[in-house]
Each structure stands twice: as C-alpha cells, then as structure tokens.
Design a protein. Structure first.
Length: 427
C-alpha cells in the first residue's frame, strides 16, 4: 500500500485516503509528487523522528516504528541546503495484531473446513510419497513376464483416456470437497454460502469505526481564538464548535465546562444511521445529531470528549474513545480557520500601496474571508515606519494577500509588523 503526498514549494499535502493500521511492517510505502521544480534529488522524507532518502521514483518505505502503535505521526521533507516543507499529520488506527499475543482461533466456517481438508490431503500425499521413496512398498522381484506387443508410435491425448483414467487425473472442485466434509446443499447453495460469508467493505468499516468529529478531545482542545472567542462575528467555544448559547470555560487536562449549547457542523454529513457519544469529567450532558450537525447541551457539566460514529451503537457496544492527538486535530481545524497573531511579513511597496503574501500551512476548505486586528506599521529601508491604512485583501485556498496604503512613491521592499491576521473558512 502506498500513501501519497504533494510537495509544492514549502507546502506538503496528503492526497490519498488510505486508512493505516498499527503494527504494520515493511508494507506501507510513501510517494512524493513534486509540483514545483525547486524540489531536486536527493530528497529526504521525515516520518516523525525518522529520516529516509527517496529513491529515483521519489518513493520510500515508511519506517515501521511510526506505525508501531495507534496515534499520529508527522510527515515532512527537505532537500538541498536547506529547502524544507511544512508538516502534515497521518493518523494510525488501532490494528488487530498485538505483539507477543496469539489471537484465539475463530469458529470454523466453510473456508476453514475446506482449508483443513485440503491440508489433510496434502499431508497424506506427502506421507505416502516419503514412504514410497523409502521403499516401504517394495516387494520381492517377480518372475519376468512375457514380451508384450509393440505399441503404436505417437502421443496420447486426454480424449484417448478411459473415464477411470480421466477421473484419476482430474482434481476435485471446492464443492466436491465440501460434500466430502458433510455439506448437503446444491452447488448453487454452496456458492451462495461462500458469498454470504465473504466480508463486505461495509462490514470491515463497521469493524473499525472512526470518529467523524473534529477537535473532539476537550481535555486538550484547539482554540486559536481562545476558549469562547470569536471567528469573525460568530462566537466559538473552541475551533469547529460554535457557541450557540451560554458560556464556556476550560480546565487544562480535564475538559470544557459548558453552561449552554455548542454545535459542530459537518462538512460531509453521514447519510445512514449514526451514533453520538459524550464523555464527562463531571456532571451530565446530552448529545444529538440532526441535519448535518452535532449538538451538546449541559448545565455546568465538564465535557471531556465527544464522538460520532457511522452505524448503530449503544453504551455497551460502542467503540472506546481514542483521541486523534493534538497535532492531527490542529491540522484538521486549520482547514476551517487560521489565526496568525503578531505577524512580521516582508512585502513590496509600489507607488503608495504595500502588498504582503501569507502562505497557509494547510490548504483551507474554501477561499477564506480575511480580517485583521492590531495597529500595523509598515517599515521601509529609506522612509522608516508608517502607520498602515486602507486595508484590502484577497485569498484562495492555499494563500492570502493583504495590502495597505503606505503613502510612499516608488518601488522598494518593505515589512509589515504588529498585525494579527484571521482567515475564516468555517461552515
């Protein structure tokens, strides 16, 4: 299996949708597609604390150490002296294999029965062959028989053989072996039984459900605008969680104290049955899903985590909550909102208008709206500092540009400072 990334200048972006399971070794590869010509060999990929040089196809084996246990690991790359890239997070889901433990044998199915019968036949044949090679079946030499008639020259085709000879050369079908093992149905029923016991993709997904919510670990949440801060004109409890009503406060490592209601809108709402759960450090809260949004309401309870899963579960059958890790949650949140405080950005002043470009660490969900706060100043080599005014901005999903009037004529480099930039692509 190969996970894929794109490198464009200093931005790295994962492009595949594979799900990684913990415990894999010598199985997962990574390929890096170079979108800009400033990436040149030798290129080194960085997986967590492990570095691997890419081959001529810009591929490498992912170090097994970063896949050893569930969680996340970062991926980046560098080349030359020293062209670096941003980091992106990769999630590792819990695998079913545990080092040093032998899984219990499953209840035998038609597959297991067929496998046992085939293996028994192979073992019997090997045993007979070994005994024959050892001469156990050799008897004393007999008297020479009479000379037989001369046979015809040529070859013998399958059609020339007798029915008994043909039967001795032909192997049994899986259905025949199943009949030998006690299966009494027709061949069509046998085929239907095989199809019925084959796991579907939906079965596999249900066997390993994943949390559909972003920023779900309220013990260590992402809150770029501060707990209870605003993204533009909208109040937010935390990143991705709208403060619909009431107030919130935060206790580090414990959770979010909620006196009111918070809501998360899903970019890709599930269409089938879902199950929502909320974990409490203290007190009580209710959680529900409707119309593509999850809502949590509490009267002073401390919320530790929240989860939404595809499928129907209850408190007894629901999966255990596994946090994605702060790095993975932060990366997900950056698609919707980016707060860049106290920036110091180089740009160009051209006849009274100073322009500055800001590259996003993660591609945003859509073209964001751009606002700023602070009292920005523009610095030029010859003219000193000038208070910026007449703000304008534009942005796409990967970068934003801001411009201010600086009152200078001519073309020269400049720098802007004391500015807080906000890029909002929330739902």
């Amino acid at each position: 299996m190969t996970i894929t990334f794109e490198l464009s200048h200093q931005l790295i972006h994962r492009t595949d949708h594979h799900c990684l399971a913990s415990g894999s070794r010598n199985y997962v590869y990574a390929r890096f597609d170079l979108l800009t010509d400033d990436w040149a060999a030798p290129i080194t990929a960085v997986f967590g604390n492990y570095s691997v040089i890419l081959d001529s196809e810009n591929q490498c084996l992912v170090p097994w150490e970063v896949l050893a246990s569930p969680g996340t690991f970062s991926v980046s790359a560098f080349c030359a002296d020293l062209h670096t890239a941003t980091c992106t997070k990769v999630i590792v889901r819990p695998g079913g294999y545990i080092e040093g433990q032998t899984p219990q044998s499953p209840t035998p199915s038609v597959y297991a029965e067929l496998t046992d019968m085939v293996q028994q036949a192979i073992d019997t044949a090997n045993s007979v062959q070994q005994r024959a090679d050892a001469g156990e079946f050799n008897g004393p030499p007999g008297e020479p028989g009479p000379q037989g008639p001369k046979g015809q020259d040529g070859t013998v085709s399958f059609s020339d053989l007798s029915d008994q000879q043909k039967q001795s050369l032909q192997g049994k079908s899986a259905y025949a072996y199943a009949q030998d093992g006690g299966f009494t149905g027709t061949e069509e029923e046998f085929a239907a039984k095989l199809a019925e016991e084959s796991p579907s993709f939906a079965d596999l997904r249900t066997a390993a459900p994943f949390n559909l919510l972003d920023n779900s670990d309220f013990r260590y949440p992402v809150a770029q605008a501060g707990v209870g801060g605003s993204h533009g004109n909208q109040a937010y409890a935390l990143d991705r969680w709208i403060l619909t009503s009431g107030t919130v406060s935060y206790q580090s490592g414990i959770g979010l104290t909620l006196n009111g209601t918070i809501t998360q809108k899903l970019e890709h709402p599930p269409t089938g049955t879902v199950s929502a759960f909320v974990g409490m450090a203290s007190g009580q809260a209710s959680i529900s899903y409707s119309g593509g949004a999850v809502t949590i309401t509490s009267a002073g309870g401390i919320v530790a985590w929240a989860a939404l899963y595809d499928g129907s579960y209850n408190e007894d059958t629901g999966p255990n909550y596994h946090p994605k890790g702060f790095g993975a949650e932060f990366t997900e949140c950056l698609r919707y909102y980016l707060n860049a405080p106290d920036q110091f950005i180089s740009g160009v002043s051209n006849n009274g208008m100073a322009s500055f470009k800001f590259n996003f660490p993660v591609a945003m969900r859509t073209n964001p709206t751009v606002t700023y706060s602070g009292s920005p100043y523009i610095y030029t080599p010859n003219n000193g500092a000038y208070a910026a005014s007449s703000f304008s901005a534009s942005a796409n999903a990967t970068a934003g540009s801001v411009s201010f009037s600086d009152g200078y004529s001519g073309l020269f480099p400049c720098t802007i400072a004391n500015i807080n930039l906000n890029f909002n692509a929330d739902l």
